[in-house]
Write a protein that binds this ligand. Structure first.
Ligand code: PGA
Length: 250
């Protein structure tokens, strides 16, 4: 089973556009449900609008959760609120959140909160720079070590990993990673998971790719890069392109 996860970030702006995009995303989810699990992660402000219009097989997640359980956290959303509003998944460790200050320890706290309410963490990891010597691997190793610290095999199995090299994300991306770069990192992540939990557990943890993934490169990321799906930003806001991406990998 492949995953197609849409990270809507701060779009769209209008309720009517949200309803339209949910309906179109749902058609895509239905069309490819045999081999693709489709999840959308709208802005928190639209979560209830999305829930009113999203039906299985389209699943819904959040873009973030407060790690600190204290009640007074201006601007943040608690896991209780996410649960109450129907989110079953939640992105943590996205590079745009890390850039605004989320440390590896913060990401770990967020994962703990999600497990308390049985939400599935979509754990984003990825290096800021891709140096020729491969030192970036230690940056990713630190992210993995902190995120998985103390997790039981049963908890580890619930996590979805998205490898998102920071330099490949969004409109300012240098370029997408190549399938070869993706495969290299997926092997590295598999090795980390296998050393920690053994092959049986490691094999069930999906590792997705994210960063300028689109309808043209998705197939090669799956076939040559070993990606088990995608976390997509821009393309998730364009139902036509999202549909073409799904078609290309189904
Ligand atoms: P992009 O964003 O697909 O627009 O590069 C990916 C992400 O930020 O998760």
């Amino acid at each position: 089973m492949l995953y197609l996860i849409g990270n809507w970030k701060m779009a769209p702006e209008k309720n009517t556009q949200v309803v339209d995009l949910v309906k179109k995303s749902r058609e895509i989810a239905k069309l490819y449900k045999k081999n693709i699990t489709t999840i959308i992660c709208p802005p928190t402000a639209f979560l209830s609008t999305v829930m009113k219009n999203a039906k299985v097989p389209l699943l819904v997640g959040s873009q973030g959760v407060a790690g600190n359980p204290a009640i007074a956290q201006t601007g943040l959303t608690s896991v209780h609120m996410l649960k109450e509003n129907g989110a079953a998944y939640c992105i943590v460790g996205h590079s745009e959140m890390r850039a605004r200050g989320d440390s590896n320890a913060d990401v770990k706290e967020q994962i703990t909160r999600l497990f308390e309410k049985k939400l599935v963490p979509i754990l984003c990891i990825g290096e800021k720079n891709h140096d020729a010597q491969g030192w970036y691997l230690s940056e990713v190793k630190d992210q993995l070590e902190t995120a998985f610290e103390g997790l039981t095999p049963a908890q580890a199995k619930k996590i979805i990993i998205a490898y998102e090299p920071v330099w490949a994300i969004g409109a300012q991306a240098v370029r997408a990673a190549t399938p070869v770069e993706c495969r290299e990192m997926i092997i590295f992540i598999c090795k980390f998971l296998t050393d920690k939990y053994g092959t049986a557990v490691a094999k069930v943890i999906p590792i997705l790719y994210g960063g300028s993934a689109d309808e043209h490169n998705a197939k090669s990321f799956v076939e040559e890069g070993g990606a088990q799906g995608f976390l997509v930003g821009r393309v998730s806001l364009d139902a036509k392109r999202l549909g073409l991406l799904a078609k290309s990998i189904s």
